[in-house]
Design a protein around this ligand. Sequence first.
Ligand SMILES: O=C1O[C@H](COP(=O)(O)O)[C@@H](O)[C@H](O)[C@H]1O
Length: 245
Amino acid sequence: MNVTIFSDGEQLSRAAAEYIVRVAQEAIADHGRFSLALSGGSTPKKLYGLLATEPYRSQIDWSKIEIFWSDERCVPADDPESNYRMANEVMLSKLPIQPAHIHRMPADEADREAASQAYTQDIQRTIGTNGTPRFDLIQLGMGPEGHTASLFPHQASLKEFERLIIPVTVPKPPPARLTFTPALLNAANHILFLVTGAEKDEAVQAVLEGPDQPEEYPAQIVRPTNGEVTWMLDTAAAGKLRKQS
Ligand SMILES: O=C1O[C@H](COP(=O)(O)O)[C@@H](O)[C@H](O)[C@H]1O
């Protein structure tokens, strides 16, 4: 696991953009495509904006990218709470990506089980497998209580190692969501956690330096079988870490 601490959100976002450019170039050189799952929340907004501008924009072949989301709130695409809406506004609408390569999670459909299955099949078709797809990169955030994607403490979703995407009801509004499960997260080639803010310092310390308690701190469940995990933190989020380098 790699952990890097940055002086502020700007430095962190620039490092994250450089990291994504590198992983994208490697994936495209290796298998002709870059599969990327985005998160929601506020932390990645700066990063997404940077990716749509120079010097990052021209370093990625956007015709080879396939964009998904690791979780989504069950709201329409134009709702202010929509993870898709945020990424679309600050990044996707500004880039030359074919609409067919932007795979919005259909979380606003009435049948959430069917929507989860349909999205699973969309990922399998796109990445080209009947089994568990291996994303090139899943970018994640973490909440102050240690949730990641929409996997929250003490929920049954933490024990879901069969299905890849499931509907969940979570304690943070809006409660109805779809989320990647540990099974899908842990098949990834690269995981990038972006975490900022002092309100997350205790969870950061517990996840990175504490005992194994994924039921308490779901971010701890993210341990790819054959992939690399990178954490990028700002100094506030890293404030309670005993090891500061
Ligand atoms: O609800 C969510 O929260 C997490 C963390 O968001 P942040 O605003 O604290 O950065 C996010 O990663 C997840 O995708 C989102 O649905």
